[in-house]
Design a protein around this ligand. Structure first.
Ligand SMILES: [Fe+2]
Ligand SMILES: [Fe+2]
Length: 316
């Protein structure tokens, strides 16, 4: 268990790039996920970039519309190796253009591939070597252990697989020249500790949300889950996994899900959580403050959207 994790006072989680955009918003969506995490604790503040989507360009485009920047980002967290969370890393490092800590699991650079009828498809980090990324400013901390990022914020570390229904996917890696099942040990989350409970931020959640919740409870010693934010990987999941996961999510106060959760998965969660479920899209901003306040969710203020329309018109 992490000693003296402390509590966060405020968090703003901005979805910089996700598969979808919300109705009547000017963002660019792209398969994958990237989030800007802006945190405030009593004695410090921190900006963290969570994942880098499958390209840097939509992230940079959407940041401008959201009137946000990477200027104060000193840490990038990679939830796992898959390209839809990591391919934007090189471009983002170039845009940041200064040394930045990159935190991920120690197996993040392993080969990871599908075996399909028409051949193999690599879905891990390819085309970006560790050395090249380091030349662009990445300072890697690769670890399977939980890492305290600031007061009230920790990574999950390698998530213990406990449940029987959150099973491994058909993915492969190589060990000592042999093709073997990929165990996706690198799948991790960021965990925020608020007075009102934990907030768990997931990428694809390949470890399963129930295993991830248990890991968060184990390392923090906090039982109550205030919110889950991110991808839940109900897309193409078994009925047993979806039903049992949603059963566990009933205990979570708020769910903000998108990406690989899939349309059907989101409908199922909405059916159980009602107003306490919100789909996330590119441009969604979730603000979490004191224990007396509900999370505030916005997509884009009208004035900001209209200003963007006018500016785009002027550029043509
Ligand atoms: Fe993934
Ligand atoms: Fe994903």
């Amino acid at each position: 268990m992490i000693k003296e994790l402390g509590c966060l006072q405020e968090a703003c989680i901005s979805i910089l790039a996700e598969d979808t955009i919300a109705f009547d918003t000017p963002y660019v969506g792209r398969f994958g996920l990237s989030m800007l995490l802006e945190f405030k604790a009593e004695s410090c503040q921190k900006h963290i970039l969570y994942d880098t989507n499958s390209a840097a360009a939509p992230i940079l485009h959407n940041l401008e519309i959201m009137e946000k920047s990477l200027d104060r980002v000193d840490t990038i967290f990679l939830s796992h190796c898959h390209y839809d969370h990591s391919d934007g890393l090189g471009g983002i490092l170039e845009a940041i253009d200064r040394p930045v800590a990159v935190i991920a699991h120690c197996e993040i650079f392993r080969p990871c591939f599908e075996i399909n009828p028409d051949g193999i498809r690599h879905i891990g980090i390819v085309g970006q070597s560790r050395q090249e990324l380091e030349q662009k400013g990445a300072i890697f901390t690769l670890t399977s252990a939980p890492l305290n990022l600031m007061t009230g914020v920790t990574t999950s570390g390698e998530i213990e697989r406990i449940t029987s229904f959150e099973i491994l996917e058909d993915l492969y890696t190589t060990i000592d020249g042999q093709v073997v099942q990929d165990h996706e040990k690198d799948d991790g989350a960021v965990i925020l500790n608020f007075e009102q409970g934990l907030v768990i931020i997931t990428g694809c959640c390949h470890a399963g949300i129930v295993n991830t919740i248990m890991q968060a409870q184990k390392i923090t010693g906090v039982e109550k889950i205030h919110a889950v934010i991110g991808g839940l990987h109900f897309q193409d999941a078994s009925e047993e996994k979806i039903a049992k996961s949603i059963g566990a999510l009933k205990e979570v106060e708020w769910i903000f899900a998108g990406h690989c959760t899939g349309f059907e998965g989101m409908c199922r969660i909405a059916g159980v959580k009602g107003e306490r479920f919100k789909a996330i899209h590119t441009g969604t901003e979730i603000r979490i403050t004191g224990p007396e306040c509900e999370p505030v969710v916005t997509t884009i203020p009208t004035a900001q959207r209209d200003r963007h329309r006018i500016l785009c018109g002027l550029k043509k």
